[in-house]
Design a protein around this ligand. Sequence first.
Ligand SMILES: [Zn+2]
Length: 316
Amino acid sequence: MNAPRVVTVPVPTPFPVGPVNTHLVLGEPLTIVDTGPLTEDAWDALRAGLARHGVSVGDVERVLLTHGHQDHFGLAARIEREGRARVLGGRLDREHFRGRRNRRLLLDALTRAGFGGLERLTMVAMTAAVDHFAEPLSAWDELAGGEVLPGDGWSVVVRSVPGHTPGSLTFEVPEAGILFTGDTVLRDITPNAIVDEDPERPGETFRSVSRYFASLDSIEAGKSRLLTGHGGRIVGFAAHRAKLEGRYAFRVGQIERALSGRPKSVADLCRRIFPTVRPMDLFLAYSEVLGFLMYLEDLGRAERVPCRPVERWTGR
Ligand SMILES: [Zn+2]
């Protein structure tokens, strides 16, 4: 057994989340997990981080992408172009990696959710602005989960963990006792499961929270250290998981309480649960509320009241 050394290089992002972690697996092939966003600051930080460990962008042979968010894959195309790296990412984040977004579907969904014109415009504009922080990929290898990627004396076990995005993946290097979690598990932040078009059911909304909880159930960390997409590593996943479940249970309770009384739109519920949300975080608030409503709907604890154009929800 020839466990490779793994080091983390935090890279700055322009987003409220702060720096994103890129991880180097200093083995054969030289592998990087996530890249940082498409900014000169991120590029410089990544190159400096590689140099600290005696390697350069041209030496990178494999880029593994945990998911299709800009802060995680933004520089992948540039790394590929400037060197000889093969890029691999989740099949169900294909549209993310291509930089495509179904804005019509988003606008229709926001109308149905009961947001006013300015709020809808803000959210669509915010998502469009964020898209600028990644160079779309034109060629990459798609991973479905279940693959084992070879290394010289080590391997990467790929698992599909839909939720944060439909195509989110974890990468485990068993020989090093390490699990790369992307944004599926974070130490200091409760991950969002973001609603989006369901890539397997075009035109429908991805049931992000329900899928996320099922993915969380599937994670077997054992004694592995979890290297996350933002912030520090996690040792002892079981204890962390218990904390996380407490926070999600709190959110479920909040939404169920807010659902009592007359039926409410998603926008009504956002105002109640996130009364001070900043415009740039409104999309995340919307996503959180709708994701949890669909989760409660899957459990038979919430239902939609059919009315047009704004859909309303009630508890059961
Ligand atoms: Zn993300």
